[in-house]
Write a protein that binds this ligand. Structure first.
Ligand SMILES: [Zn+2]
Length: 179
């Protein structure tokens, strides 16, 4: 990410600009920043020691059930002795939210112990794509809380998502027409 500008995560003017551009409040930004950093402490990463925390900002605007009070959902990476089996923080957070009935999100934050900030891996970008709209901002925080923010459509252009998949019935019908 060398051509990408890292923004000062403690400069109120910079934060206000980023929040305005991505339709979140400065309070929500602050929660994403602190919660994703705190979530790193729950990582299980004895093999890499690379801690990742993730926080989802849940869209509570259309929720009518009791889960509407849940505004933030955290996750952290969970590794495994069989290395490829390990799971990233973003997918842990999204899985936790989805099984709690929360499926729409306004922003995602990821925090690590390094700088420049780490971005979600390819598998996580695809996983995020399932549940988030293209303008959803992904805030990537470095070890000091400084950040890069990009929209999902910038992190995963030309993506394949639920809307790309015709129904099995339509696909079968199209095949039958060609016979
Ligand atoms: Zn990942």
């Amino acid at each position: 990410m060398d051509e990408i500008q890292i923004l000062n995560g403690s400069d109120p003017a910079v934060i206000a600009d980023a929040c305005r551009a991505h339709s979140i409040t400065t309070e929500e930004f602050s929660e994403l920043q602190s919660r994703s950093a705190a979530a790193k402490a729950t990582a299980y990463c004895p093999y890499s020691q690379f801690r990742v925390g993730a926080t989802l900002l849940v869209d509570t605007s259309s929720s009518q059930d009791s889960t509407a009070s849940t505004k933030y959902v955290n996750g952290a990476n969970v590794e495994n002795a069989s290395y490829p089996v390990g799971t990233c923080a973003e997918r842990v957070a999204l899985g936790t939210a989805v099984v709690s009935g929360l499926k729409t999100f306004r922003a995602i934050a990821v925090s690590t112990d390094v700088t420049p900030p780490s971005s979600p891996c390819g598998m996580c970008r695809q996983f995020i794509r399932e549940f988030c709209d293209f303008p959803t901002p992904i805030f990537m925080f470095d070890k000091d809380g400084n950040f890069v923010v990009m929209k999902l459509k910038e992190l995963l252009p030309l993506s394949f998502g639920p809307d790309s998949l015709p129904s099995p019935k339509d696909l079968l019908a199209a095949r039958a027409d060609k016979k």
